[in-house]
Design a protein around this ligand. Structure first.
Ligand code: CP3
Length: 342
């Protein structure tokens, strides 16, 4: 059976049930993911199309999800740009050669996806064949700011102090770095769309560290270049961030026809502010560590805020946590799909 609920919700068309998928739906909370991870490291899995395809499909075999998201990582296109990194378990990306001045920013390359990341293109093509129109495929990339935060800090950071220092003390170097990232990501998402991705999501996970004024000056023009480059593709574009309560209007201005929000902003308030746009979210991933009954109650609250309005995609406010019990995900999907919209 063909299921296009996800795409219909992106376009704000009527739907029978609210579509649901989960950020990080393929990952360590799944025993079958951990079994494969015991044999291969994370980056090898991302760079081997057969493995990336297998992991992408794992959650779909268990749960009745309305979209698949390519298994990869936001760091993948950075290697051919000239960034040398590793992903350390329970920590995140560690960069060996952080970029903190104009020379280092000038040395970065804008990638050519077909020759620099052929394995991603191959995985997207293979996934479209496997999914056969039954489930929609989402491609993705990290947004310039979130990627720059790892590239400048060299590791995950709570305060992003070096990132904010570079912005202000060497704005030329900052804008060079952000422009090269924007060009790379636009080409990278374009290549995923050409290979068959039916929607794309830009992850600006750490953007909540900035004030609206900083966002407008140091980030918005660069994220906007990416969305502007993708408009003509006609493919839905999801713009996601966390901690964005003061940034939502600016994120919409930067682009995207779906805005992904976290649990800190109630859905109905976000709609009041943003008007006619599809919203994606926004259950707190911490709720997924409770019990099926608590999850049912919280999910119903979110569905009642949506109140049958066109253009809602159910998701968590951020990625599935590794300690999430499988039965909790099962209940969440049952509740969302068991509720008739309208
Ligand atoms: O959503 C999906 O199912 C697609 C897969 C996906 C991964 N990373 C797989 C992954 C996606 C969309 C990402 C994006 C990503 N990667 C982001 C943006 C989204 C977000 O969650 O904020 C960020 C900031 C990263 C950087 C990164 N990569 C981090 C912080 C980590 C976690 C480190 C850890 O061990 O806790 C990674 C590694 C990573 N990416 C894992 C997975 C499944 C865990 C790797 C493992 O198996 O050890």
């Amino acid at each position: 059976m063909m299921n296009d609920r996800f795409l219909r919700a992106c376009r704000r068309e009527p739907i029978d049930r609210t579509p649901i998928w989960l950020m990080r739906q393929a990952g360590r909370y799944l025993p079958e993911y951990r079994a494969l991870r015991d044999k291969h490291d994370m980056l090898t899995m991302c760079r081997t199309p057969e493995l990336a395809v297998e992991v992408t499909l794992q959650p779909l075999k268990r749960f009745d999800l309305d979209a698949a998201i390519l298994f990869s990582d936001i760091m993948i296109p950075l290697t051919p740009m000239g960034i040398d990194f590793a992903i350390r378990e329970s920590v995140g990306p560690i960069v060996a050669n952080p970029v903190r001045d104009q020379r280092a920013a000038d040395a970065l390359r804008v990638i050519e996806p077909a020759s620099d990341v052929p394995f991603v293109i191959e995985a997207v093509r293979a996934l479209r064949r496997e999914l056969d129109g039954k489930t929609q495929l989402i491609g993705f990339a990290g947004a310039p700011f979130t990627l720059a935060s790892y590239i400048v800090e060299g590791k995950p950071s709570r305060d992003l102090l070096l990132t904010k220092k570079l912005m202000r003390c060497d704005p030329a170097a900052w804008h060079t770095l952000m422009d090269k990232l924007a060009q790379t990501i636009a080409a990278y998402l374009r290549a995923q769309i050409d290979a068959g991705a039916q929607a794309v999501q830009l992850f600006d996970s750490w953007i909540g560290a900035l004030s609206p004024r900083d966002y407008r000056e140091f980030v918005l023009p660069h994220s906007k270049k990416i969305f502007d480059a993708l408009v003509l593709s006609g493919v839905p574009r999801i713009h996601f961030g966390t901690g964005t309560a003061t940034l939502l209007e600016l994120m919409k201005e930067a682009g995207g026809n779906v805005i992904g929000i976290d649990w800190r902003v109630p859905l109905d308030q976000a709609w009041q502010r943003l008007g006619d746009v599809t919203l994606q979210g926004n259950l707190d991933p911490a709720v997924m560590l409770t019990s099926p009954d608590v999850i049912e109650c919280e999910a119903r609250e979110i569905l009642s805020q949506a109140n049958g309005r066109r253009g809602h995609i159910f998701n968590l406010g951020h990625g599935v946590l590794p300690s999430t019990p499988i039965e909790n995900v099962e209940r969440l999907v049952e509740v969302v799909h068991g509720t008739i919209v309208g």
